[in-house]
Design a protein around this ligand. Structure first.
Ligand SMILES: C[S@@+](CC[C@H](N)C(=O)[O-])C[C@H]1O[C@@H](n2cnc3c(N)ncnc32)[C@H](O)[C@@H]1O
Length: 231
């Protein structure tokens, strides 16, 4: 893959066969660990579909699909999905389906034309990409007017999360994102927050892109927390 963008340690780890092999095991338990409540994948994906449906006949982009958790749910609900990932190892494991299109590349490189998708999912990927702002910019640009942007990302842990913070940060090398800064950043880009929930350090957010671009959009400061660890 010829990405023009530098990769973080967390991104590089996705090229290791062991990461690909162990991913589903981690993913099944990850949200329960991160939220501190029973949060199986079925609950996460059920909430996602409740928020975004109906998607039948729509074209969605799953940014950082890994093993295709969100892509599969969307295809099952009738959407066509472009499943994007940096890692060929992950993409090779995706199920074959006529409406599921694997695509290897870096979202930050501006791979898609404007207004190409009815919806974009970025679940977990913002925390490990090199520039969260550039990924958000590209996601917004790729959305049609009235299109939906769904985010799931990790917020800076509070003090009581000390050990967990070390585990996430040092093992996986992720960076935490500030919720208010992320929201303000997207507001300047014609996106309106239409649904949200927060569980532990996990924020789920759904935005709709307005038809008309906002005037006087002012770039915000970095959405990455000052408490980022692992880099
Ligand atoms: C935390 S995992 C995402 C998990 C997946 N969305 C899910 O819900 O199970 C992050 C994935 O995004 C991919 N990734 C990271 N940065 C990316 C980028 N800039 N462009 C495309 N894929 C990226 C990684 O290779 C990895 O597979």
């Amino acid at each position: 893959m010829n990405s023009m963008t530098r990769l973080t340690l967390a991104q590089q780890s996705n090229f290791l066969p062991l990461t690909v092999w162990g991913y589903d095991l981690w993913r099944k338990r990850s949200l329960s660990l991160l939220t501190g409540e029973k949060f199986p994948l079925e609950r996460e994906l059920g909430q996602f579909l409740d928020w975004v449906k109906p998607v039948k006949g729509q074209h969605w982009l799953d940014v950082g699909t890994s093993t295709g958790n969100y892509a599969r749910v969307l295809v099952h609900a009738g959407a066509t999905v472009t499943a994007l990932d940096l890692s060929a190892g992950f993409l090779q494991g995706l199920p074959r389906h006529p409406r599921l299109h694997p695509h290897q590349g870096n979202m930050e490189d501006g791979l898609f034309g404007s207004a190409a998708f009815h919806g974009v999912v970025v679940a977990g990927t913002l925390n490990e990409t090199h520039s969260a702002e550039r990924m958000l910019d590209q996601a917004v640009q790729a959305l049609k007017a009235d299109g939906l942007l769904y985010l799931m990302y990790l917020l800076p842990p509070r003090k009581s999360f000390g050990k967990l913070e070390q585990f996430i940060g040092l093992k996986a090398g992720v960076r935490f994102l500030q919720q208010m800064t992320t929201r303000k950043y997207l507001q300047t880009q014609s996106l309106t927050l239409i649904n949200e929930s927060q569980h532990g350090i996990v924020s789920f957010e759904l935005y709709r892109k307005s038809a008309a671009p906002k005037e006087n959009a002012v770039p915000q400061k970095s959405v990455v927390s000052q408490r980022a660890v692992g880099h």
